[in-house]
Design a protein. Sequence first.
Length: 159
Amino acid sequence: MRILIVYFTMSGRTKKTAEGIASALTNHDVSYFPVELTGKFIEKIKKLDKFENNDYSAIEADFETLDALNYDLIIIGMPTYGNKPPKIFDEIINRMKNFDGKKAIVFSTARFSGGKSLDYMKAKVEGQGAQVIDQARFRKVLWIGVKNAIKFGNQLNEK
């Protein structure tokens, strides 16, 4: 099975989780579409602020390659900000080519809750015609380890 893992990360928590899930998917061909904010903290905040104000100019070229056509499963991971994913999630879902009819899994990372974030993500993905077949929430106050992500990836292998 060909799997595309799409994620956004600012601090590295969501990236680490995505990589943990992928590490367990050893019988599958896994590709990534990462959106990672890099640089010092203030630089990351400025980039996030641009995204929150619908300025995606820094990643326009990347969006041109966002195509689900050759994948059997799309896994989408986002951090949780105020019980919702960041605005870039909506932009990713809106711009993903050939997403209609695909199977998808959504996951969120959060310090505390994140439950409403998954509901929002599922509704948005299904609104674009994909079918959400599973979802997961990874949360921990300080740092999310990969143990639960690997466990989730192993569960996906069994399905």
